[in-house]
Design a protein around this ligand. Structure first.
Ligand code: FAD
Length: 277
């Protein structure tokens, strides 16, 4: 049952879920899935999209923003947009979860799973985790960050987070509270691509996308850090559309960060990634 729906930004909502009194076994970074077929309000739309796409609509994945040591279970959903002339199909589930889900609503969630988690011996692998996220890609990293700050005291974190504007930053106040509570162990750097008032926001807010210069700053040469990258990447659909047009798909956040990390010489074995198609 949805115990609370917390508006994080104009297009993002955290759904706090009450699941009875069972203890929930999950790892920070895990996701659950939600099948759109369970929502009566979406029935006609789901059937119409299935006719257009010629396949059954699959369940959608949502990472937990809560951490296993916290007393509540929560996911954070960012509404996908339909851009006329560029998006092929309108988004099905995220608009409902973000804008039309209210306290007391019941939903069936399945989980928990996913390989994008912290190893239980992470502190023997590194003393520095670099999180590099964009948009809702911060959700699993926020969970891992909270968990690691609590359970791996020997590890410090740099959280590099890309968004369009200051108002699009999910968990903005929570990240700043964590930084105030752990000044020696957490540095948060925001990068904003379309913020007009960037100069007024201080030195931890940078202009533009995550680029190689910023990554060089947070990952000094010879660093033994672990890097967790999460955000949008080239999907199968982008690849198919590019192929049909005779082009190469344009690199998105994930591909561009991975290319920069390669240029900086960060070994592949030190990079964990999660792709939001
Ligand atoms: C592991 C994982 C964790 C995620 N965690 C989060 C999270 O914490 N928060 C969050 O907001 N989002 C998260 N997402 C994204 C989320 O699962 C949905 O993709 C997103 O909410 C959009 O869903 P939608 O139904 O609104 O949009 P839709 O566009 O209806 O659905 C997106 C789905 O449609 C498919 N699709 C896209 N283009 C086409 C096409 N041209 N033809 C046919 N099918 C297509 C894609 O495979 C994708 O699965 C995560 C994704 C993954 C894989």
């Amino acid at each position: 049952m949805v115990a609370d729906a917390v508006v994080e930004t104009p297009d993002t909502t955290t759904l706090v879920l009450f699941t009875g009194n069972d203890r929930l076994e999950y790892s920070a970074g895990h996701f659950l899935t939600i099948d759109p077929h369970q929502f009566e309000a979406l029935e006609r739309f789901t059937a119409f999209l299935e006719d257009l796409k010629g396949r059954r609509e699959p369940p959608r994945a949502y990472s937990m923003c809560s951490a296993p040591h916290e007393r509540y279970l929560a996911i954070t959903v960012k509404e996908e947009q339909y851009v006329s002339g560029s998006t092929k199909y309108p988004p099905l589930l995220s608009p409902l979860l973000v804008k039309r889900t209210i306290r007391g609503m019941r939903l069936v969630v399945t989980g928990f799973t996913g390989p994008y988690t912290l190893a239980s011996d992470v502190s023997s692998q590194t003393d520095h985790i670099v999180h590099i996220c964009a948009g809702s890609g911060s959700v699993p990293n926020f969970s891992m960050l909270k968990f690691a700050l609590e359970h791996h005291p020997g590890v410090r974190h740099t959280f590099v987070y890309s968004n369009k504007t200051w108002d699009d930053i999910i968990f903005r106040d929570a990240l700043s509270d964590l930084q105030a509570r752990h000044p020696e162990r957490l540095t948060v750097i925001h990068t904003l691509t379309r913020e007009p008032n960037i100069g007024a926001l201080g030195p931890s807010v940078r202009k533009g996308r995550v680029g190689v210069e910023l990554l060089r700053e947070v990952i000094p040469e010879g660093s033994e850090c672990l890097v967790y990258v999460c955000g949008p990447g080239i999907s199968k659909w982008d690849r198919d559309a590019a192929k049909a047009a005779g082009n190469q798909p344009t690199p998105r956040f994930l591909e561009s960060v991975l290319a920069d990390l390669k240029d900086l010489g960060v070994p592949n074995s030190r990079i964990k990634r999660e792709f939001y198609g």
